[in-house]
Design a protein around this ligand. Sequence first.
Ligand code: 5GP
Length: 115
Amino acid sequence: MTSDTLFSKIAKREIPADIVHETDRALAFRDIAPQAPVHVLVVPKTIIPRIAEASPEQAELLGHLLLVARDVAAKLGLDATGYRLVINNGSDGGETVPHLHVHLLGGRPLAWPPG
Ligand code: 5GP
């Protein structure tokens, strides 16, 4: 059995968060330390630790997360100015919470390449 994570506890409403969107399989909530005017995390309700550990059977869920991020971006008014979706994987990738999440960042111009 997979142990709960910080984000699965948010999905179960055991830890508070500013939730902006929810589907049967995913939750979107504002990052506690926003790096842009809009910084939302989109997580699956089931625990996938990181993209490196996702299975082919989870392909539909992974696509769902991207479409939810797209829908949240539209809902929060980012379509005209643009936005970035990011998945951090492992230590060099900057992953700090072992529950797969898509970062949605927008509301200001974002530099490239990232640091
Ligand atoms: P990672 O570094 O793993 O890609 O992203 C984890 C993100 O989770 C970070 O941007 C961090 O600010 C955010 N985060 C960590 N703890 C909490 C929390 O308790 N609530 C919320 N809403 N975000 C959190």
